[in-house]
Design a protein around this ligand. Structure first.
Ligand code: G6P
Ligand code: MN
Length: 443
């Protein structure tokens, strides 16, 4: 097998060390020759990179490792760009979450007005990465899981239609990990039918490889427990955090609205915004939680590794959520035709949804890229929700391109998390102010 050269864009992320660990542990299925970290923030990346250098040297000494803020160095001679950047960092995430909450509206990283604000920051940042790759390594693939994935995907469809980018999210895998715990069946044994948008989709079928229908048992569990375990213990590391456990449990109520399907956890923000707002602390949001815990712990551990000069006893684990990137890269590199959920142009796959919508559906992945599977016609409830959300997302991209205040106001007004155009305007005006350093100036 030909070994690969990978650059991780977003080198200073709290997830990067776990991704590096995951790549190293998968040398048998996806061999590396070179691994680079790239970030615009040298200090932040430095903390992670110093630890990763030790990890790579110890566990995969055949891999050349480096970290840089120079695009030419980062993007030259690479086969894959793994992009998980956060434009504006966690401090801007905090604003995305807190500003809508001030007006009694859902404050969330990728959903509602916060997701829209983040989208306006992410679009130019991700487009820049595509352009670097096309300049320095035009035959590479960019595997993008930068958020908000739906809006970013729509922007890449419109602004860089021929680019070698594949948009993907880990959430379906995190949910399938729960399904696996619930059933006691490995997730690699699942064959799924799923459709929707990113953070906005539904499973309609799950079979095992022998063809046995697993939906009845999953639905029965979900009716009682949501996607959480029947007891408080779970094998899913994500669910060790109370806020994620609450989100997984809430699928019980989402499922009740449509008992024929199993929903994405993120639908809680659209279907139960009142519940979400009343259970949010406007002074301490998820961004605060992440900064107080994951960021603090990971960075402390990275510093400890760098000082000790060894990672033999490290607590950093291969990020399970990163496994899908390895599988996606492997499928592209070695032509495995693996079936994966990707965010791709609809093009008729969902027959009664806009062909230009970026939808999340199963695809077969090979050297040639991806081939979407056909979904057919979907029910009115899902079609209505999807069309409203797609229109809101498309308006964000149009607003970005045309620098249009009105279109951004329409995007927020149309979002299901927002009660009225007047509330939308108040939130938008605050977001404009908060995003001065990131957004184009709107007229
Ligand atoms: C899941 C989603 C990502 C999101 C992340 C946030 O993994 O798929 O899109 O960014 O959750 O997690 P956090 O722990 O930062 O709140
Ligand atoms: Mn996601």
């Amino acid at each position: 097998m030909k070994a690969n050269s990978v650059v991780i864009a977003g080198g200073g992320s709290t997830y990067t060390a776990g991704i590096v660990m995951m790549l190293i542990e998968n040398q048998d299925i996806f061999p590396l020759r070179s691994l680079k970290l790239y970030d615009i923030d040298a200090n932040r990346q430095g903390i992670v990179a110093d630890a990763c250098a030790v990890i790579v040297k110890e566990r995969a000494p055949h891999v050349t490792f480096s970290a840089t803020t120079d695009p030419a160095e980062a993007f030259t001679d690479v086969d894959f760009v793994m992009a998980h950047i956060r434009a504006g960092g966690l401090p801007m995430r905090e604003k995305d979450e807190k500003i809508p909450l001030k007006y009694g509206v859902v404050g969330q990283e990728t959903c509602g007005p916060g997701g829209i604000a983040y989208g306006m920051r992410s679009i130019p940042a991700v487009i820049r990465l595509i352009d670097y790759m096309e300049t320095y390594s035009p035959h590479a693939w960019i595997l993008n899981y930068s958020n908000p994935a739906s809006i970013v995907a729509e922007a890449t469809r419109v602004l860089r239609p021929d680019s070698r980018i594949i948009n993907i999210c880990d959430m379906p895998i995190a949910i399938k990990k729960s399904f696996s715990d619930i059933l006691g069946i490995p997730e690699s044994d699942f064959v799924e039918r799923y459709y929707g948008l990113n953070h906005f989709g539904w499973w309609t079928e799950i079979h095992d490889k022998a063809g046995n229908d697993l939906m009845p048992a999953l639905k029965e569990h979900t009716r009682q427990w949501g996607y959480g375990p029947a007891a408080t213990e779970s094998g899913n590391p994500l669910l060790e955090e109370a806020s994620w456990m609450d989100t997984f449990r809430k699928t019980k109520d989402i499922h009740a609205v449509d008992p024929d399907t199993l929903p994405s956890t993120y639908l809680k923000y659209y279907l139960f915004p009142d519940y979400v707002v009343s259970h949010s602390n406007p002074d301490f949001t998820r961004a605060n939680e992440v900064m107080a815990h994951r960021e603090k712990n990971i960075f402390a551990e990275c510093r400890r590794i760098a000082e000790a000069g060894t990672a033999r006893d490290t607590t950093i684990e291969a990020g399970e959520h990163a496994e899908f990137v390895v599988h996606l890269a492997r499928a592209l590199a070695y032509n495995t035709y693996e079936r994966m959920l990707l965010i791709v142009p609809n093009n008729g796959a969902i027959a009664n949804v806009d062909p230009t919508a970026m939808v999340e559906i199963p695809c077969l992945v090979s050297k040639r890229g991806y081939e979407p599977l056909s979904i057919g016609t979907i029910p009115t409830f899902q079609k209505g929700l999807i069309e409203q959300q797609v229109s809101s997302e498309k308006l964000v991209v149009e607003a970005y391109i045309e620098k249009s205040y009105t279109k951004l106001w329409q995007a927020i007004t149309l979002n299901k998390t927002v009660p009225s155009a007047s509330v939308a305007k108040q939130i938008l005006d605050d977001l404009v102010e908060a995003n001065r350093d990131y957004w184009p100036e709107l007229d």
